[in-house]
Each structure stands twice: as C-alpha cells, then as structure tokens.
Design a protein. Structure first.
Lengths: 358, 358
C-alpha cells in the first residue's frame, strides 16, 4: 500500500512537472525573450527663426526646427551579455540592413539577440526614420538598380554570379531594391560620427558594427568616444584614415580613384587601442577589370589591407578577413544578409570571443 | 519507512519543481516573449527607363526604380491572439508614433504585444523607412514646431495646458519634435490605401488602428480589403467619406474649412459591416476660438460625430468617444503616447473585448 501511495505521489509530481513544463512551453525554445525594447532620437541640432511666434497666423518667425539627429531602435534580450552591438547601415540603406533578409530569413538583429547581445539599430542623420534634416534637398528618383545589383556584387546584370549567396526568387530582389531610401540632406561624416558618439555615451561601452559607407564615420566615432570597445566593419567602401604623412596615394579603379585622408597621429593611435576586424565578401578581382561594380572593390580591399597594416605597425590589433580565403564563399556586399549569413555571424562571434568581448 | 520514502519522493518532486520554476524564471514576468519578428516592404510601383543598361558607363537607360511601397516592422508574441493590430501613423510621423513615448515609457507597440496581439507598424509610402518615392520632391526645412505644439494640443506655446498628459521634462519635447520626418513624395490617399490593403492580404484578417491623417486612407483601406475586421481611429483629422448625396457642407474653423468627400453608397456600406471606434482627447473647444491649433479639432470632432451617425443610420456600428466625457482627461492629439496611455489602452482593449475581437 505504501509503495502504491508513493507511486501516487510520484504521479502527482509528474502531473505538476508536466503542468510546469507546459507553462514553460508557452515560451518555445526559439522564442526571442526581450527584457526591454524601445526607440529614441540622439544628437542633432536645433535651428531657430528670429521673431515672435504668432499662434493665430503662424509663420516660421519665432519657431524652432529640430533635425540632424540619429534614430535608434534597441532591444535588450533577457540575460544580456555586457557589451551591446551597435549596427550602422551603409550608403542608401537604413536599419533594415540588419532586419529580415531580402528573402525573409532572420538577419543580424535577430541572430545576435538570440546570442544574447543587446542590439541597437541606427538610422543615421538625414536617412530613413531620422530624415528630418536642417539642410534643404531636392530628391529626383533616378532608375539605378541594375547598377546597384552590380556594385553590391550580386552579379553582372541580369546574371547572378555563379554560386552567389543570394536567393534567385524574384521577390527577394524586389525586397532588396525596396530596402533603399534617399538621403534627405548631405552626407557629413564628421557630424554623423559626433551623433553616434553621443549614442555611445548613452549605451556605455559597446561594439560598433559598420557596413560599407559607415566604415569611414565609424573610425571617426572611435576617435570621439572611448566607449567604442571594438569595431567590426563589413566591406568599408571609403573614408580610410591614416596618420598625417603616411597617407597612401589615391588608388585608381574603373569606379574612380579611392582616396584616403590624413589625421593627427594622436587621433590615429586611438584606433590602435581596440580590436578591429574588417570582412570582405567574394567576387572581388585581384587585377583590374572594366566592370566598375567589381573593380571598385579591388582597390577598397587593397586599401583596407594597407590600413590594417598601418594600425598594426603603430601597435594596434586590426585584421582584414577576405571571406573566400577562409572558405566562406559567394558573399555579396551584404554578407550579413546573404544566404550563408549564419556562417558569417559565426565568424563574427568567434572574433568577439577571441577578443574577450562577449 | 514507506511514509518516509514517499516524503523523500515528495522532496525530490519539490526540487524538480523548483528547478523547473527556476528555468521558467529565466524569462521574468515583464519580459516580452516573441515568437517572431521581422520587416518587409509591401505594395509599391516600378519605374523603368527605356534603353539598354550599360554596366561599364551606367546611366539611367535600361534601369529600374522600385518605390511607393510601405515598410512594415512586425512582432508576433508567443501565444498570440488571432487578430493582429496594424498601426498606421499620422501626418509627419512614422512608426515611432507607437514605439517608446517622448518621455521614454512604453507605447502601444509594447503595451499590445504584452496583451498578446501580433503588432504590425507601418511607415506609409514616401515616409520614413519607406521614403523611396517615384515622384520628385524638394524638401525645405521650415521652423514649425511651436505650431505643432499648438495643433497637437500640448498647449498654447510656450504654455502647457493645465493637466495636460505630457511630461514637463524638456527632453520629452526634444524627443517629440524629433519624431517627425518629411514627406519624400506627395500624399496620395488612394495609393496609400491600396498599399495597406496589400498588407492586409498578407496579414489575413486584422484590426486597423489609425492616427490623425491616416484616418481618411484608413476608411479607404476598409473599402479595398475585407480583411479589415475593425477600425480604431485616434483623432482622425480629415478624409471623412459619406455616401454620395449625403455629404455635409464644409465646416469652417480658424484652421480652415473641413471638407468631406462622397463615395458610392455600395462602397460606404462596407464601413457598416465592421465595428469602428473613434477617440478624441481633451482641450477641444465646444464653440469657435481664434487659436487654429484648437479650433480645427472642434470641427473634426463634430464631423466625426456626423459621420458615425451616418454609418449607424445605414446599419453600422460606429461610435465616437470623446475621452474627457468618460473621465479620461488631459489627452493631447497623441492619446496612445500620453502620460495616461495605459488608461487609453485599457479603453481600446475594452472595445476589442466587447466586439469579440480579442
């Protein structure tokens, strides 16, 4: 009888356990559990028109205009790692870069939330959700997507590169083209860097992840904020800074000459105090070709290597990873949203782990 | 001994239960648990330039331009309710309307995710993250914020209305002004309604929540998609549609005359087949005043009442809730982000519950 009793107690426990597991199962293993999410503007300027504001017949007189801030959407997973990731899009893009991929899979936003990093997505000033610019502009829609298809190294229009990590579903290309937005004011690397430095004042120590055109203002941000504890740069396209007197000659290509900029050595040395990794994808030629979409990347990769060598010569820790050389093949200009973006994320995770940043 | 044994089994169960509860506790009660989140473009047009694309010296010839789509960010909580909420911002605004409030509290995005609704946030075509427009535009930053302060009924600049549900922290006003973005193309109610109807084809049956200027294209969306199962409209500002022959005369105010539009009766009757609620906040005058910021709302509230009466006369289920009349006081033009937005959300939840929509 007592054994029976104890079995009955065991059965009750089993039911209780099953009930508790069921309540746990409300959160399936693949659920994203967030401790917090929200959005805010950071940085920016204020323009004020002279005069007195007339509430009855209002004109610009006496009124203000807030603009040139960045917009930030952030999510903090439960059990977060200590250092957030701050993601900065490239030319013509916005925070979408890091969200769902063109073919509808998860991008770096979700992938790194699942790896327990707080994730901050930026729309830089005068772009997307931060479009309120203090500088006037005219926007003329100009058909340009075949050129982007080539420049982003999906292929040579209308052909995809063999083995390229981009979906052949036409809807993926539709989504890809629609993830662009115009500038609503001039690009201003120094202004933007100051704005993102203000974001790092808010986040505290964090890791900056840049794409393409954000590479240049990304380096400048690290000069302005010691809270930038590492930089991961995907395919920086321009804006390499060298110590004054060590600036390399412009590098000609079919896409034009790539020029570097000089900064005081003291500023440059700040880049030697943090780990930096630069990734480039596939289908970048070794020797000059006539297609500007590909040839521009030949000189950018070459200059990135010269730049990393300069950082390291001055005592830094910068590396350039050309993904096909480590067996990660077929990547476009957007490795983080390519079909193999999980392998690309794994590379980034290994870098963060090696440098003790996770 | 056997009793002791069974106690021991009980103790083991207790430990197991405690362990399971601890593993549940990784997700604290206030965590947001999402089954899914992502973003996509929906709708839109494609412009193609005649000619052959030249990859070596590219011009617009032979190239395409995708624009005029909406951008959508969606989140689906675990254990979702059946009908998603689709949130559509108003004039000069974008999805931020529903995110963190100007003073940094949770907006309707988080509040209704916590209430287990799937949440879709729109940036309408030619706005914010959907800024890629097929129509050219010139944008001139014009100081206008004191006028918005008045029109959004925060107060009469520089004074806040007594008891207004808006933070007195200057940073809240800074965030508020920075949550505006310019149009990057003309406002086109019919085009926008078609785009959001395309979104409802994707979501399936769902509830549309509009703010201000989205009110008008919101009604048009329900004409185009039977997947719009209810509409919650916060402070619709224009675009009321009546059956042809029943259109009221323009209603003059210090902010100009408010005009309604006629549509075929068959179209109008579609609005009688779904529950509709309209909310207006506080500080809307009963009689004409000289301040256009306040007076415009006097006629909008009056027309909304005429409109709801017309819908109901034709057999529909529309109601207008003037929040101070039910004891919810101090609300601005943005009740969903005001200091009392939890009470405002409770009102909306009660509506959804009464209509069997939750």
């Amino acid at each position: 009888m007592f054994p029976k009793q104890s079995h009955r107690l065991g059965a009750v426990s089993a039911i209780l356990i099953a009930m508790l597991m069921a309540s746990c199962a409300v959160t399936p293993p693949q659920a994203l559990s967030l401790g917090e999410q929200g959005s805010f503007a950071v940085g920016g300027t204020v323009v004020t028109q002279a005069g007195d504001f007339d509430p009855i017949k209002p004109t610009a007189a006496g009124q203000s205009f807030h603009g040139d801030h960045a917009y930030v959407f952030y999510q903090v997973p439960v059990s977060p790692r200590p250092l957030p990731l701050v993601f900065w899009h490239g030319y013509g893009q916005f925070s979408k870069t890091w969200e769902s991929t063109p073919d509808g899979r998860e991008g770096f936003q979700n992938i790194f939330l699942r790896r327990h990093f707080p994730v901050y997505l930026i729309d830089q000033p005068r772009r997307g959700n931060a479009a309120r610019s203090t500088v006037p502009i005219s926007i003329t829609p100009t058909p340009d997507e075949q050129q982007w298809f080539n420049t982003f190294r999906v292929g040579t229009w209308p052909n995809f590169f063999p083995g390229v990590q981009f979906s052949r579903d036409p809807e993926a290309l539709n989504q890809y083209f629609r993830q662009m937005v115009p500038n609503t004011g001039p690009f201003d690397a120094d202004l933007f860097a100051g704005t993102i430095a203000a974001l790092f004042a808010k986040t505290g120590p964090a890791i900056l992840v840049t794409h393409s055109q954000a590479g240049g203002p990304g380096w400048l941000t690290a000069l302005k904020s010691s809270n930038v504890r590492a930089i991961v740069a995907y395919e920086p396209g321009s804006g390499f800074i060298f110590p004054n007197g060590e600036v390399p000659a412009p590098m000609p290509s079919a896409a034009g000459a790539l020029e570097a900029t000089g900064v005081p050595l003291d500023d440059f040395l700040k880049l030697t105090r943090i780990p930096i990794v630069i990734y480039y994808g596939d289908n970048i030629p070794d020797a000059p070709v006539t297609n500007p979409g590909q040839d521009g990347w030949r000189v950018r990769l070459a200059m990135a290597r010269m730049w990393a060598a300069s950082v390291n010569r001055h005592g830094g820790d910068a590396s350039v990873v050309h993904l096909p050389e480590i067996g990660v093949r077929g990547n476009t200009h957007f490795p983080f949203s390519d079909l193999n973006n999980m392998a690309v994320a794994d590379e980034m995770s290994r870098f963060l782990q090696r440098k003790g940043l996770d």
